[in-house]
Design a protein around this ligand. Sequence first.
Ligand SMILES: Nc1nc2c(ncn2[C@@H]2O[C@H](COP(=O)(O)OP(=O)(O)OP(=O)(O)O)[C@@H](O)[C@H]2O)c(=O)[nH]1
Ligand SMILES: [Mg+2]
Length: 405
Amino acid sequence: MSDVVPPEVRPKPAVPAKPPNVGAPSPSSPFPPQGLGIGGGGVSAPPPSAIPVPIGSHALSHGVGHGGGHAGGHPAAHSVGHGHGGSHSSTGGSALLGYIGIDTIIEQMRKKTMKTGFDFNIMVVGHSGLGKSTLVNTLFKSQVSRKSAGWARDEKIPKTVEIKTVSHVIEEGGVKMKLTVVDTPGFGDQINNDNCWEPISKYINEQFEKFLKEEVNITRKKRIPDTRVHCCLYFIPPTGHCLRQLDTEFMRRLSHSVNIIPVIAKADTMTMEERLEFKQRVKKELETNGIEFYPQKEFDDDMEDKSDNDKIREVMPFAVVGSDKEHQVNSKRVLGRKTPWGIIEVENPNHCEFAQLRDFLIRSHLQDLKEVTHNIHYETYRAKRLNENGGLHPISSNDTQESNL
Ligand SMILES: Nc1nc2c(ncn2[C@@H]2O[C@H](COP(=O)(O)OP(=O)(O)OP(=O)(O)O)[C@@H](O)[C@H]2O)c(=O)[nH]1
Ligand SMILES: [Mg+2]
């Protein structure tokens, strides 16, 4: 009952290797219990006449058995018996058998996600003074939550000296999301900047380690708290020239353990032409240096995915402007930077690409960022750890609780 991986971190649905009515239940099966629709788990039941007859007696017994006891519950654990509908309908069975209820899966998943909610964790990284902390505030004060991110109005944002997390639970349409932004101290100020990526790399790996310890624990939590970094906004200084060696080195190293999303910081310091030219230059240099940024070409699922992601890759790196100050523009309060020449509105797509970045992170790619983190970056970490350790020993529950604090 307790070992179901939450839906948002489960590996991408795979076609079952063998017919679903043979063998043991697969913990990673994407198929929720068909019985929910019949057994009264809150999803509308098909008309009685539609219940399949020969197989239906089997399907019904599962349906009744699981529907009550596991309402809203454990899609993965019950995939065996419920696979009948799928395997038979593929041979034209659905026409023969009538309504099976596969189309209720989406509704079941929606209900489940609404109940459990989910975590999404973003990290900001880059040279000191590039506006990372300001952008964290901008994100929370913008349409994401319209909440203050911690500093009093008009108070100057202090220099960040240690890794700090800011979280808000945001609720929309009944769905809860805990958005956490990890603010990191800027680097590049020291005379010797060797290995300055280490604290950040360490933080990312520590979150993987926490998750891994929870996973290998004998008595696992029903839902493993996910503090893993799902994406890292890497702030590129708006120099207009080449990338600095420290930036390429930093991104190259981090790109193996986290989804890197490069952004051009303080884009208001460049003209539109300069921005465009700089974007092209940055992209070329990332390619020359073999730095993979998100969305990585090799993980495009299909042609449609590729075409959508190509459009995103074309506009990347997003040129952003941050501000947590509100101003009056045409009788509306907007977040912006006031200059003698006018107000730069951070959420206005004609002024900068902050809104595009926000929509990309939250509206279109949130789930994919989580899946790539789980299936690629975490998996790499996990395999390496298990190999070097000859298999992790189960951790006692006391240790685990400590590791999740
Ligand atoms: N022109 C411009 N200035 C900005 C922008 N974002 C932030 N700033 C200013 O840049 C200065 C540094 O901002 P922070 O947000 O503290 O920068 P940081 O990257 O967190 O700095 P560290 O914590 O030292 O790494 C502040 O004076 C901000 O007002 C921006 O988009 N454009
Ligand atoms: Mg800061």
